[in-house]
Design a protein around this ligand. Structure first.
Ligand code: DAK
Length: 256
């Protein structure tokens, strides 16, 4: 297995483990990521997912280039659909995910990070969508998620030049939430714990509403927000949160 899944308390950790090929995404690894995400979705005691790569050089160097050659058009299309489906599954997980980008995140590797809810980078992290240099374009969601995250102009420049983006620039343009100086895993766990103590239904409603902002006209998006915030208001956790405020104590959320 080239994908490892472990648990650290209430956090699941998915690790690509193919360091000899810089954790490149073979079609088999894509399948394994899909199964691991299914496993995470079934874990009722997990409140966040961290995604990272084994070794000290790479998060993931992208699609396995050696595997991409000499395939029929239909096989290529199926391959792109597989990557898109797996990353969409990650995007749609009811719990938030954090990519811990510990080195190169190229092509499909950058797209894996983009499919996570948040991204933290080590100082050595380097992002890029170099597909254009291979005569290709991103095929696992990069043309759709990158402009949504950093805007069309910047996304097009990165995709059309295939240039590298270092950690400092990635933070400046909003590609990552933060650059970490010390231990990335420790920082990732601490980052996740900043939200895992809140009510899971409220966290899910918030993510759902924000995701819809990209798809809907403002008036419809506001309607979704009104519906979801009303739904949140009806939870026992909302009652507990407001009672705790009045009683000047910490709330105890039960995901109810
Ligand atoms: N695929 C396969 N093997 C890879 C790899 C990759 N993407 N990246 C690295 N490796 C392997 C190298 O071949 C080498 O293996 P050996 O030669 O030792 O057997 C080993 O990992 C170590 O790599 P290097 O020796 O090259 O290490 P360096 O430190 O010198 O360089 C590097 C690191 C990350 C700068 C370099 O390895 C590199 O440029 N890698 C390729 C980056 C890249 O171009 N990635 C692919 C992006 S394109 C689709 C359409 C599109 C896509 C997918 C599907 N369909 C329509 C189905 C998307 C494609 C992409 O992701």
């Amino acid at each position: 297995m080239s994908v490892e899944l472990e648990k650290n308390g209430d956090i699941a950790i998915l690790r690509l483990n193919r360091p000899e090929a810089l954790n490149a995404l073979s079609f088999q690894i894509l399948e394994e990521i899909g199964s691991a995400i299914d496993d995470v979705a079934r874990m009722s005691d997990v409140r966040a997912l961290l995604v990272t790569g084994a070794g000290d050089k790479a998060f993931c160097a992208g699609a396995d280039i050696k595997e991409l050659r000499n395939r029929s058009l239909i096989a290529q299309k199926r391959g792109a659909e597989l990557g898109q489906t797996v990353f969409a599954k990650l995007d749609a997980l009811p719990i938030a995910s954090v990519a811990l980008v510990n080195g190169y995140a190229f092509g499909g590797g950058a797209e894996l990070a983009l499919a996570c809810t948040f991204r933290l980078a080590s100082q050595a992290a380097i992002f890029g969508l170099p597909e254009i240099k291979l005569g290709l374009i991103p095929g696992y969601g990069g043309t759709q998620r990158l402009p949504r995250l950093i805007g069309e102009g910047r996304a097009l420049e990165i995709i059309m030049t295939g240039r590298n983006v270092n950690a400092e620039e990635a933070e400046r343009i909003g590609l990552v939430n933060a650059v970490v100086e010390g231990d990335l895993m420790e920082a990732g766990i601490a980052f996740a714990h900043r939200f895992t103590r809140y009510s899971l239904p409220a966290l899910e409603f918030a993510r759902c509403a924000v995701q819809r902002a990209h798809e809907l006209p403002l008036a419809e998006g506001l309607r979704v927000e009104a519906d979801l915030s009303t739904l949140a208001y009806q939870t026992k956790d909302a009652e507990e949160g407001m009672a705790a405020f009045e009683e000047k104590r910490k709330p105890e959320f039960r995901d109810e």
